[in-house]
Design a protein around this ligand. Structure first.
Ligand code: FES
Length: 171
């Protein structure tokens, strides 16, 4: 039974002209592929122009902790910093508190004092030998490991370097 919506069959070519159909399909496919690639290129370039550097991640910066000669081994040293950092397309003021510690005066550990729960600044409690968060009473070891409270993870340990006799930490 033939479909009344289909064009009449050309008896010379048979029910379907397979060759004609496949060439048409190929040309249509090629057209849409080339057009699609061109559209993605144009939209991508235009989108990049519109958003500029706003999707670029913040560039890490080095904070000077202090002269190694002044960082007494066995003591936790607190350093407050404030600096301008480039965040995407704008400069922002970033502030924070870092803690530096060394057992031998040769290798240093620097922790970011930002609590991993809700971002309060932890304080070193010398008598307790632990970092205490004033917001929800969390405690961290000197190495930043969570002892108690709601923080989901340890304090962030920063990369360090010693240059010209000074200790630096990468925030
Ligand atoms: S912000 Fe530190 S425990 Fe909640």
């Amino acid at each position: 039974m033939s479909d009344p919506n289909l064009p009449p069959i050309d008896p010379a070519k048979g029910a379907w002209d397979e060759k004609e159909l496949s060439r048409r399909n190929f040309l249509e496919g090629a057209f849409f592929t080339v057009t699609g690639i061109a559209a993605v290129g144009v939209v991508g370039a235009g989108g990049r122009f519109l958003v500029g550097e706003s999707l670029e991640p913040r560039t890490a910066s080095w904070v000077k902790i202090g002269s190694v000669a002044d960082l007494k081994a066995g003591t936790v040293h607190m350093v407050n910093y404030a600096m301008k950092v480039r965040d995407a397309w704008r400069d922002i003021q970033q502030k924070g508190t870092l803690y530096a510690f060394s057992t031998d005066g040769a290798r240093y550990q620097v922790l970011d004092g930002t609590c991993t729960h809700l971002g309060c600044i932890v304080k070193w409690d010398n008598a307790e030998g632990a970092f205490a968060c004033p917001c929800h009473s969390a405690r961290f070891t000197r190495d930043g490991v969570v002892v108690s409270g709601p923080p989901p993870k340890a304090l962030r340990t920063l990369e360090t370097k010693v240059e010209d006799g000074a200790l630096w930490a990468r925030i």
